[in-house]
Design a protein around this ligand. Structure first.
Ligand code: KG4
Ligand code: ZN
Length: 408
């Protein structure tokens, strides 16, 4: 019987039935992935071909948006309240019993200590109860590799991860082999956008009340004129691939304070020029990201670190959903002969699927699988791969000027 026309749970159920009836069919291995490193409680069951059999996600975003930021104890409580249900939902949507799983994979680093702790404690209990191997997962490695579930991207490839917690450039050489080329020296791009949005009181804008800061800025920027404000691109005199967003946020805050005085606007009220500020801030974030990425590409090419055939840049993380930032990065990849691959937004943000997929990759390569989940600890801080940022800085590669203007 050909099961190719069937997908998801139906296809899997057929395979199981055939096995029960004595057909010799290879049963795909299954991994349950669990994510709780920040503000999403996620779980998913994947087979080794990358078919998502079932998933569930509980987002805490609205709670944190209402509170004006993530309060770790609140995040911990919400993970605790939801994890059991989320895992149960992922399993039942998959029509999978725990005994049918091959392994359990869970984020153990990096992230908020209190959040990581809930996922790890639950997962270890679950793995012990059902006598399953446990696969500890590095959250950033999972972000970097998710693309391989969707596209045939071979190693080595370049990765640009921009989210609320991280901004980094790395070379992915293998499933557990990364070279860190650059990272944020202060705050992450998404964090900056969130803080600017809060300072602009965008929660009080009728179209933005349920959006994350980054989403609100992207929406308003579409109708703004970025030329009304000029913010300097950060780190222009530093020839490395690190990022810095705190200084830019300061520039934006100063401009907001000036305008508030001019317009006599009080805290919580919206400035008349919010769209222009959003457009200018978004443009400066995009061009900073693009320029550091340009240098990373030139560095990798100069050192022979990228393949000649189809060199690829993968762009992921929550901020990668931003179409303006994607298009600005595309200008760089087009100019340097790179293929740009962006997973769909759903897979750029935190979820159980990306963790399960990383578990599958590790299972296939027999790497990092613990047969007895005894002594496993979480690590709130965990760098991605081997840090070669100093070598990148020493190379001091000058980036040729490129027109990074998408409009106006
Ligand atoms: O990856 P993610 O869901 O969570 C982590 O930070 O790990 O990313 C969330 C971040 C937030 O800072 C949010 O404002 C930002 O991604 N973000 C965006 C957009 N959508 C989400 N930033 C810019 N443009 C967007 N469309
Ligand atoms: Zn993330």
């Amino acid at each position: 019987m050909n099961t190719g026309a069937w997908t998801g749970p139906v296809r899997f159920w057929m395979k199981r039935c055939m096995t029960v009836r004595g057909f010799s069919v290879d049963r795909p291995r299954l991994v349950l992935g669990i994510e709780t490193s920040c503000d999403e409680t996620g779980a998913a069951v994947l087979d080794e071909n990358g078919v998502i059999l079932g998933e569930s996600l509980h987002s805490q975003k609205q709670t944190h948006l209402d509170a004006g930021g993530i309060i770790p104890t609140v995040a911990q409580r919400l993970h605790k309240e939801n994890i059991s249900r989320v895992v149960q939902e992922a399993l039942s949507r998959s029509s999978i019993e725990p005994c049918e799983l091959t392994a359990v994979a869970t984020t153990v680093k990096p992230g908020l200590a209190l959040s990581l702790g809930i996922g790890l404690e639950f997962s270890l209990k679950f793995a012990r109860l059902h006598e399953k191997p446990f696969i500890p997962i590095h959250h950033m490695e999972a972000h970097a590799l998710t693309v391989r579930m969707l596209h045939p991207v071979d190693f080595p490839f370049l990765v640009l991860l921009v989210s609320g917690g991280h901004s980094l450039l790395a070379l992915a050489k293998g499933i557990d082999e990364f070279l860190l080329l650059g990272q944020s020296l202060d705050e992450a791009a998404g964090d900056t956008l969130d803080k600017i949005a809060r300072r602009l009181s965008l929660r009080n804008h009728p179209e933005c009340s349920t959006l994350s800061g980054g989403q609100a800025i992207e929406l308003l920027a579409k109708e703004g004129n970025r030329l009304e404000f000029h913010f300097r691109s950060p780190m222009g005199q530093l020839f490395d691939c690190n990022f810095s967003f705190a200084g830019l946020r300061n520039q934006v805050t100063m401009a907001i304070i000036k305008k508030e005085k001019e317009e006599g606007v009080e805290t919580g009220q919206l400035l008349s020029c919010v769209k222009d500020i959003a457009a200018a801030a978004q443009h400066t974030v995009a061009s900073h990201i693009a320029k550091r990425t340009h240098r990373a590409i030139l560095f990798c090419k100069a050192k022979g670190l990228l393949p000649h055939h189809n060199p690829t840049l993968v762009l992921s993380g929550g901020v990668a959903s931003n179409e303006y930032i994607r298009q600005t990065v595309k200008i760089i990849t087009d100019a340097t002969g790179m293929q740009l691959v962006c997973p769909p937004s759903k897979f750029c943000t935190d979820n159980g699927v990306m963790i399960a997929w990383n578990g599958i990759e590790r299972l296939k390569h027999g790497k990092g699988i613990l047969s007895h989940a005894e002594e496993v600890y979480y690590e709130p801080k965990a760098p991605l791969g081997l840090d070669i940022t100093a070598e990148v800085k020493e190379a001091a590669i000058k980036v040729p000027p490129l027109k990074l203007r998408l409009n106006s």
